[in-house]
Design a protein around this ligand. Structure first.
Ligand SMILES: Cc1ncc(COP(=O)(O)O)c(C=O)c1O
Length: 396
């Protein structure tokens, strides 16, 4: 029976139009299913970082802010990310962490909201940093924070709603939330929708412009493979840019940063979302890593992602003894991101055993085994092997 699965994996890999992209990454014999935490290294990035260090910093020094395009990197790289999340150019700026961008976006959204609205809704199942920061933002701006599960958001909206912060894909379960529907519901109530795209950007189409999202943030070290701690990004829809009032109006977001005037005057466009001096080494590593997307369509990535997760669930059902794991990831494609989360009583030792056998996923305590599928470099044979090894680990 498992030979049938191995043969199917081989056939699926042979037919996979994206299979060759794996060669662009530095990978080994490990089945790497943790790209939803830290993406793999694109093989050409070290040489580019070396060039930045030796030529741009080592030889050109200060001249590189201008001559090597350092100064404009945040908005230039934002424009490289834009097509991957369905945004026209000029609306995304790269810099700071996701946490910091959540702060900017939530405070700015509350300032953009109609006068008198005093509630900020936050996804009650959110990755913790968003909840902590939304709570602080609410306290600072005099709003009441209302934690609500995404499915209950439509019922919780009302004339008091200023802004709603939601995750596109739940980091724990892999559930994909209805970005178009929830954004429309928030708008119908007169509020602003802020989306955290950490677990969707680079794995599936987002359609920020098409669905009228107001503000969005995301990290670049997961499916965008930017490297550990690579800078995050902030999307400000063009229609909001003129009124976007950053709570962190640092000098690099000034209309005339080198004028060094005591008074603040914001720059036009997405640049308004900048804060301080950009972290050039990380940023340029990210810029180089985005080259792997040249000629790759996000729709093709999504189709492969769904095929990988479908096949994984099938292989798990085949290899894993009945009752040992339960998928908490929705079966419906419309509700599934690019990961599969399996509830397993002894998840911690099970994940350690998997890693020891060359299958790298991760753990969300107390009992969730998380497997992320990065379509650019994960193949169907990897999927079959991961499920087979999981079955071996879980056999009594
Ligand atoms: C959904 C989500 N939001 C926010 C963060 C935090 O991002 P950062 O540590 O870059 O601020 C993460 C990190 O994994 C995340 O998964």
């Amino acid at each position: 029976m498992s030979e049938t699965f191995a043969a199917r994996a081989a056939a699926l890999d042979a037919a996979d139009q994206l299979a060759d992209l794996r060669k662009l990454f530095t990978l080994d014999d490990t089945v790497y299913l943790d790209g939803n935490s830290l993406g793999a290294l694109p093989a050409h990035v070290p040489a580019r970082v070396q060039e930045v260090l030796t030529r741009e910093w080592g030889e050109l020094r200060i001249r590189s802010w201008d001559e090597s395009g350092w100064w404009t990197a945040p908005e230039r790289i934002g424009d490289r990310i834009a097509p991957l999340v369905g945004a026209a150019a000029g609306q995304i700026v790269v810099g700071d962490s996701t946490s910091v961008n959540v702060f900017k976006a939530v405070v700015a959204a509350s300032r953009l909201a109609p006068e008198g609205r005093d509630e900020i809704l936050v996804d009650a199942t959110t990755f913790p940093t968003d909840g902590y920061i939304a709570a602080s933002a609410a306290r600072m701006t005099g709003h009441r924070l209302v934690p609500v599960a995404p499915a209950e958001v439509p019922d919780a909206l009302g004339p008091r709603t200023a802004a709603v912060l939601l995750n596109h894909v739940d980091y724990r379960t892999g559930r994909l939330h209805d970005l178009p529907g929830l954004t429309a519901a928030v708008h119908a109530a007169g509020g602003l929708a802020v989306w955290d795209l950490c677990h969707s950007a680079g794995a599936l189409p987002v359609g920020l412009d098409a669905h009228g999202v107001d503000l969005a943030v995301g990290c670049t070290y997961k499916y965008l493979n930017g490297g550990p701690g690579s800078p995050a990004y902030l999307y400000v829809a063009e229609r909001h840019q003129a009124a976007f009032d950053s709570p962190l109006p640092g000098w690099t977001s000034h209309a005339d940063p080198f004028g060094m005037t005591p008074g603040y005057a914001p720059a036009d466009g997405a640049v308004r979302g900048r804060v301080g001096t950009p972290d050039i080494l990380s940023m340029l590593a990210l810029e180089a890593s985005l080259d792997v997307w040249n000629g790759v369509s996000i729709e093709a990535v999504r189709a492969k992602s769904l095929a990988l997760t479908d096949f994984f669930l099938e292989c798990v059902a085949e290899h894993v003894p009945e009752g040992r794991v339960t998928s908490v990831t929705p079966a419906a494609h419309a509700e599934r991101g690019s990961q599969v989360a399996l509830r397993c009583e002894d998840a911690e030792p099970v994940m350690s055993a998997l890693i020891a056998r060359g299958v790298v996923g991760d753990l969300r305590r107390p009992d969730v085994l998380r497997f992320g599928f990065t379509p650019l470099y994960v193949g169907f044979a990897d999927v079959e092997r991961a499920a087979r090894v999981l079955g071996e680990v879980l056999k009594p």
